[in-house]
Design a protein around this ligand. Structure first.
Ligand code: NAD
Length: 447
């Protein structure tokens, strides 16, 4: 007979990357006893020492604070962590497979199996990783095979919607909480875990497993579609002599549309949107839902096409060849306020120009180290000034405030030729033009 979890369930979090580290710290902040588990000993060592191994605003302070309370710890020892826990969150990665669009589920399977094997008491296993629809049902089979007999063990899905750069805020004050496949008991336990946000009015959507899995990927697919939509319209604007920035502002005033995710430019990247829409495309195809896969195929193509466009615009600016031209690249992270360079459009463009013989120098306020690890052959500067020094063309590829607020006159004086391609549409065009820059923006009229 199932026993209810204790009043304050003890929590384990498997996978302490961008999602899991934030989740573990946030759960401790909400007052729970939390053990974060990762297979990467460097990550665990850093976190246990109070250092967040990536850049996420506000997380380091909260990590230190909660380590000091004794409620939070990190380990590689999955067996002892799981043995003591009541609620086990699966926060491991689900990257794109190397050879197809499908998600690689090896880490989710390994983590779920490890939890199931090491259980010593009744438990709720809570999937938070983003997975293709149907995964959770399969994992339930794994749990049934691996968990010790006689225990009441449930696997439910509770997808995560946090945004990097705002991860702490999003975890403590989410827009909604989705619970998929929970029994009454599991729902009670999770409502206890999320009592803080629920008391603030966060809506809880209780549903089945496949709907919960699909809510997450559909949210990302919708956001990706919105970005590719405005980028497709930007192409029309350029051809027709219209300004996509003004157009987006005007569209955004319509409450049904909203201004967010309507910035024309280099398109989306990162560890989530690209791989999530591809995984959904793949899964929709498997399920015979070809309309969805066709739509997402277009969204992906439009998005990747923006990167090629910026490379072409750079070639054009340099009269057809970038061979031995100095290209100053401002931005490496896939968006501001993170050091995440997974599938970063900025680095993609920088690397493509490097391959064509350009001398590319990249500067990013936070992502220099992660970028260097991924693309060690590019040159990295320690300031925007250093990156634009002697440049034949400057590309603004990530819209950090530092670049938007930079003094265009000072930068112009450092270049060989004051020529800028604003691939994020955030620079104050008039200021840059009056500082002498030849200014090109996507979806905007050329100078
Ligand atoms: P990540 O690569 O930063 O972190 C994954 C972590 O899991 C790594 O530290 C890895 O060492 C660890 N790991 C792998 N196998 C393990 C195992 N068997 N046991 C314990 N740890 C293991 O990835 P992430 O960005 O945190 O994403 C994790 C999941 O969350 C993905 O499914 C992603 O789609 C989803 N998600 C991410 C975000 C985001 O903004 N990053 C937002 C919502 C959802």
């Amino acid at each position: 007979k199932a026993t209810d979890s204790p009043e304050q369930p003890r929590i384990t979090v498997l996978g302490t990357g961008y999602l899991g580290a934030t989740h573990a710290v946030a759960m401790a902040e909400l007052g729970f006893d939390v053990t974060g588990v990762d297979t990467d000993p460097h990550k665990v060592e850093a976190l246990q020492a109070g250092k967040v191994p990536f850049f996420e605003p506000g997380l380091d302070t909260l990590l230190e604070k909660n380590l000091a309370t004794g409620r939070l710890r990190f380990t590689t020892d999955v067996a002892s962590a799981v043995a003591q826990g009541d609620v086990h969150f699966v926060c491991v990665g689900t990257p794109q497979q190397r050879t197809s669009h499908a998600a690689d589920l090896r880490f989710v399977e390994a983590a779920t199996t490890a939890i199931a094997r090491h259980l010593t008491k009744d438990a709720v296993i809570v999937g938070k990783s983003t997975v293709p629809v149907g995964t959770a049902a399969r994992l339930r089979g794994l749990v049934a095979d691996q968990a010790p007999a006689g225990l009441d063990v449930e696997l439910i899905w509770n997808p995560e919607f946090l945004r990097e750069g705002k991860a702490v805020e999003d975890t403590l004050h989410p827009d909604r909480i989705v619970l998929g496949g929970a029994s009454e008991r599991a729902e009670r336990v999770l409502r206890r875990v999320y009592a803080g946000p629920i008391a603030e009015g966060t809506p809880v959507v209780v549903t089945d497993l496949p709907t919960a899995e699909l809510v997450k990927v559909s949210a990302n697919a919708f956001l990706a579609t919105k970005i590719s939509f405005i980028n497709a319209i930007a192409g029309v604007c350029e051809a027709a002599g219209a300004d996509v920035t003004v157009l987006a502002d005007a569209l955004g005033h319509d409450k049904r549309i909203g201004r967010q995710f309507l910035d024309a430019g280099l398109g989306f990247g990162g560890g989530c949107l690209p791989k999530d829409i591809r995984a959904l495309m793949h899964r929709a195809n498997e399920l015979g839902a070809y309309r969805a896969s066709g739509l997402l195929q277009q969204v992906d193509e439009i998005n990747m096409g923006q990167r090629e466009r910026v490379v072409d615009m750079t070639l054009e600016a340099c009269e057809g060849s970038v061979l031995n031209k100095r290209v100053g690249v401002l931005g490496a992270a896939f968006k501001p306020l993170t050091d995440d360079v997974r599938d970063s459009p900025a680095l993609n463009v920088a690397a493509a120009l490097h391959l064509r013989g350009a001398q590319v120098t990249v500067f990013d306020p936070e992502a220099g180290d992660t970028a260097r690890r991924l693309f060690p052959t590019l040159a990295y500067a320690t300031s925007a000034e250093e990156a634009v020094e002697g440049a034949d063309v400057v590309l603004v590829l990530t819209e950090w405030d530092e670049f938007v607020e930079a003094d265009p006159e000072r930068l112009a004086a450092l270049t060989q030729v004051p020529r800028v391609i604003d691939a994020r549409g955030k620079l104050p065009v008039d200021r840059w033009r009056s500082a002498g820059w030849q200014f090109t923006g996507l979806g905007r009229l050329a100078a």
